[in-house]
Design a binder for this molecule. Sequence first.
Ligand code: ADP
Length: 761
Amino acid sequence: MIMEKNNSFMNTELRLLILEDSLHDKELIIEQLLESRFKLDVTHVDREKTFTEALRNYKYDLIISDFKLPGFTAFGALAICKIICPEVPFICVSGSIGEETAIELLKEGAFDYILKDRPERLPHAIKRALNEVKENAALQKTERELLESEIRFRQVAETAQEWIWEVDTEGMYTYSSPVIEILLGYKPDEVVGKMHFYDFFAPDVKESLRKMAFEAFNERKLFRNFENKNIHKNGKSVILSTSGSPIFDNNGNVKGYRGVDEDITDRKKSEDALKQSEEKFRNLFYNHSAVKLIIDPDTGKIIEANEAAASFYGWQIEKLQNMNVSQLNDLTTEEIRIVMDKARTLKKNHFEFRHRKADNSFVDVEVFSSIIKISNKEYLHSIVHDISEKKKVEERLKLLNRAVDSSNVAIKITDANGHIIYTNPFFSQLSGYSAEEVIGKNPRFLKSGTQANSFYKELWETILSGKDWTGEIQNKRKNGELCWERSSISPIVNNDGIITNFVAINEDITEKKKMIEDLTDAKEKAEEMNRVKSFFFANMSHELRTPFVGIMGYTEFLFNEIEDKDHKEMLNGIMSASRRMLSTLDNILNLTKIEFDRLELNLKPTKLKDILDRLVNEYQIQIAIKGLKLNINNSNEELIFYTDESILTEIISNLFSNAIKYTEKGTIEIYSIIETEEENKVLVIEILDTGIGIPLDKQSMIFDEFRQVSEGIARNFQGSGLGLTIVKRELNQIGGTISVNSVEGKGSTFTIRLPIEIYEE
Ligand code: ADP
């Protein structure tokens, strides 16, 4: 029962071919089988021909054959079966045929041999045969499948782009797909059984890769994308990406590895190139000395900032990367958005901003923005320059420009060849030429032609030697008028010492020059007049003096002859008036002499005491009449020095007589000391009075000719106003100076200082 259950074929009809010439025996077989519950589909044949036909026309599950048949035996039948249907089991059921024949028959391929008198064995034999057929079929199927799988594997392995391989536990190749030839230059049969996988590794990585591979082997690990550098048969290096899994034997032991290699050299190269370009960009960005930011134009968020940016703004990179550009500006977010839209859409890439730093200070910057794509999104790559210095320079330049433009001097700038490149508005005003008319020209069109070529030659030589030239140039205006200009031309030299430009600054001095000329003319005329005047005075005084000497001689003669007292008094009057006239004439004569520089010095040893004694003697009557006190304080009574005695006498006499004249009461004092100035002796004489004094504002003019302080008010005092002029000029002649110190109403002090040479006896 169990058998039946297990034998599924019991349920299906058994297609049976019986080769039997005895009908009885055939029935017996069928009976036997039916008894054993076989469902049967029986074909009965008894000849070779019908047997063969049956086999050809139908597919049987089993063949039962008698041994001895008409015209042939079971051997013949078996041979036919072997040809037509070798897989169908053949059981021989017959009378005894002898053991040897039976064995022979089994050898030839019969499944079993059953004696007719033991028919009960038949069902069992049939079951065994059918089972075996089934098993064989299963086995064949498996084998076929295996074969197919093998073929599939080979096909795949042989046609795949990747290299497919197998190695044993030692790493020796047991299979290699032909792609190896493309990948590494070897043919499979150069490799299989001959080389290990690590034989291809590049020497520099061989050991480490080998170790890694075997570690993976030992752990029976499956590995993927194991990158390894190999050397192609031609010597070039090839980067392979290897994936593999262990192969197990029936006992579950690893008997090798199977895997796939892909050539990733090119990919690696482009990956490396990408990496390098990425690194280059990274370096360019992060380590660049320029301040750089990458900004998301949609949000204004700073995506990246470099070192330079951190140190410029004063925020850490991380902090900057979390900021929005609006935080760097003094603009509103809306304004920023507009700017960024411009940068993105109008392709405008240059902006100026005021950026805020971490310390809240603002700095002028210019920003160059370009669009870069990162993962298909557009960003702004911004380079920020500090232009605060540039701005300052610009401001200064503007100021200078304004100064130059509004200046009242004509400014011309030429290039090194002397071609005008700039003129200011005043140049046009002065010359009559507009800037457009003169730019590019040589300034020689301004030449008046009145100055010699040597003048211009000297000018050019000076400025070409790098020096400034200043001088007066006569130029010609556009309207033909000549004008004088005071010109200063400076060469501009660059860092290499090469002259790049000339700057000429010209001042219009036409008017000034005319004024000076007029003044010089006037002065010359005045001097001429003065000379004429002096000459006239000299002659006149001489002419007048002669008759006076006569008048005085006759007056003196009459004085001695006449007895009458009243007449004598009159003659005295004539005498004193004549003396005054004579003294005035002397003064005029002296002055004119000095003016013509005709005063000849007569230096001789002189004693101050003698001069003072004579003067005191001369003026004592006048002093007495006025009731004045006189003090002489001469500290060097015996001192003798070289000077023109008559001139010194006249000087002191003038001052002494003024002191008497302008003093009504009080004292007149004369002091004299010797001072030493840098080893030189200086005679200091002071003449003091307690008279009317000189107002402060007049003190400077009393030494001018014909000036009297009382001039313009009422002239209460006699005098020509020549005395002090002569004193000053005479002192000048003998090397001395005079100064006055006076208080109106209190008195005056005149001080003369005269360097002297002491006379040693
Ligand atoms: P004058 O012949 O008028 O004295 P001076 O040249 O000697 O001419 O003096 C010029 C003027 O200086 C005088 O007119 C007088 O006003 C003033 N002056 C000179 N000496 C004295 C003095 N000692 N006291 C006051 N005024 C004086």
